[in-house]
Design a protein around this ligand. Sequence first.
Ligand code: ZN
Length: 300
Amino acid sequence: MHALALPAPQGGEDKSIKLPSLFDDGVLGGITNKFYQRVPRVKYTVKEWEPDFYPAACISESQSNNKCRVSDMKVYDVTYEDCPQPWTMCRCNSAVVSAKRLFEFFARVPVKARAEIRHMFSWPDQPGLAAYAFGPDIGLTNSLQSGDRKQDMNVIIHETGHVLDQGASDSPEMLDAISKDSCVLRPYSQVSRGENLGNVMVMTYFKMIDRDGYKKVHNEKGMSCMQNQLDFMEKRYAERMTPGGTCPPRLHKNSEKKHVPGGVLTKKDLELLRRDLPEGTWTRHEDHGMYPQHDHANHF
Ligand SMILES: [Zn+2]
């Protein structure tokens, strides 16, 4: 175990967690490799949108940090066999995560958690950025070219944790749990309460899929130093992180379908950027190269 000294974020409350880390970053992929083989594979069908039509959220995100030209995006409705309503996903033609991998990754997110996620994106390299969650949407970028699909699943479950957080990471119950515990899962958990929740979510999912495997790791690695956090997460998320069943009603409507002839944005289109988020206070969680090394400098 070792503790990292992390700078307090500029302005606002210090949400870093000053507990030692149980694992080194990068170890988690190795631990959870086996359990991802047990994740049920949900089948799906895909329908590509007609040209020049895009969900508003895809347009907004494509323009944020110049991730992709609108005309370079393809849009897909992906219908999984456990839910009659499709999820709309956007991929930039030059993205490192192929459309098929994007669909297959999302298929492994349990359906009740999937129902809280609105759109999935696959973007080309963003300097240092692995993946992010913004509002109810998840974007995948360059870490997913690692080729280690099991490790990449950790990233997707971590991002799912951000979408499902909804204040849980800052709740009195979670703060109480942290205060009673003597470790966090990994150094990346020390960065903020939100990152901590995303990381513990991976272990919550592990337990829901493979109780025996989880128990073994828990005993061998001494995870009782974070037992209160694990218990809090299980109580709050066990149902949503259990695979199987069918989808509950979708938490968010798709963002509006926009017609953008030739992919050329008008002044009016540009004025409407970022009006697509549902009501609520949304934080952008950017995960910079979560495995194995990462840069916290731009993290917020
Ligand atoms: Zn994160």
